[in-house]
Design a protein around this ligand. Structure first.
Ligand SMILES: C[S@@+](CC[C@H](N)C(=O)[O-])C[C@H]1O[C@@H](n2cnc3c(N)ncnc32)[C@H](O)[C@@H]1O
Length: 279
């Protein structure tokens, strides 16, 4: 599916030379792996905006590199902000599509895809090793209902998805950004919720989970106050952990530190504007 530019670079290792952001032999923005995900697909100067992630250059194993080379052209999607997606075309069917933002290494994503083959999962992250890992898991387990997005989920939501296109949204253990001066980087904020609501079908559920108590409280406050969502828990508050959500890697690290995990499941209610438009 990806229209990634084919690179003629034979670089395999993800190791960057110290002090430079671009390894030798590869022009800025070129994929690290031939035919693989582009570095910064939307362009680093696309806009000045506070991002919810820190660009990081992590080591890619030989297995992940192999998966990126073989499978990115089939199941990968660069979030370049340049085209509107036809999700039926992307998945090759019209089954419901759930977006997962920040899948990390993708183990929970692969598990959920295996458990529910009738749901398509569009899984997005900026983390190259995780993209390779998830492609490998999908391949090994014969999971055809996963597409792996590379880039900023905000660009995907804003530029590449049509209104009412998503049947669900999962944000599991988003970066907690614990320092006060970094709180503005947290993903779950009113503006994000407003944007996400436009892409969610009425009745679609936004499912968040976190092990960072202050962030959990913030999520509950902003979701409860937001006019486009209603809590699936009638009496309000956090939801019991649903059986369908597998333990994630980040979650198990939090549990080892004694953190309490919170789930929040909020339903998208119809937009008032949309209501008026539908008469
Ligand atoms: C703390 S990790 C959690 C990963 C996984 N969900 C887990 O529980 O193990 C958060 C992930 O979100 C990704 N992320 C943060 N902001 C993002 C954004 N705007 N678009 C795509 N991915 C994002 C990060 O790269 C990181 O991999």
């Amino acid at each position: 599916m990806s229209e990634s530019v084919q690179s003629h670079v034979s670089e395999v290792s993800g190791a960057a030379s110290a002090g430079t952001s671009v390894p030798r032999g590869r022009a800025k923005g070129e994929p690290r792996f031939p035919g693989g995900p582009q570095a910064d697909p939307a362009g680093s100067h696309f806009e000045r905006r506070i991002r919810s992630f820190q660009p990081r250059r992590s080591r890619v194993t030989a297995g992940q590199a192999d998966a990126l080379r073989r499978l990115w052209p089939v199941w990968g999607l660069d979030i370049d902000g340049q085209r509107v997606l036809d999700l039926a075309e992307l998945f090759g069917n019209t089954r419901p599509v759930v977006l997962e933002i920040g899948f990390g290494m993708g183990e929970a994503t692969a598990q959920m895809a295996a458990d529910d083959p009738d749901t398509n999962i569009l899984a997005v992250d900026v983390h190259t090793p995780g993209q390779g890992n998830l492609l490998n898991l999908a391949d090994r387990n014969g999971l055809t209902n996963i597409r792996v997005g590379n880039g900023d989920a905000i660009i995907l939501l804003r530029e590449m998805l049509t209104p009412d296109s998503l049947d669900g949204l999962r944000v599991y253990f988003p970066d907690p950004w614990p320092k006060k001066r970094h709180h503005k980087r947290r993903l779950i904020q009113p503006e994000f919720l407003t944007l996400a609501a436009t892409r969610l079908k009425p009745g679609a559920v936004l499912h968040c989970a976190t092990d960072w108590e202050p962030y959990a409280e913030q999520m509950l406050d902003v979701l409860t106050a937001h006019p486009d969502y209603e809590n699936t828990v009638p009496e309000g508050g956090f939801a019991p952990r649903p059986a369908f959500r597998p333990l994630t890697r980040f979650e198990s690290q939090g549990l080892q530190k004694g953190h309490v995990v919170r789930d929040l499941l909020f339903r998208r209610i119809p937009h008032r504007d949309t209501d008026a438009g539908r008469g």
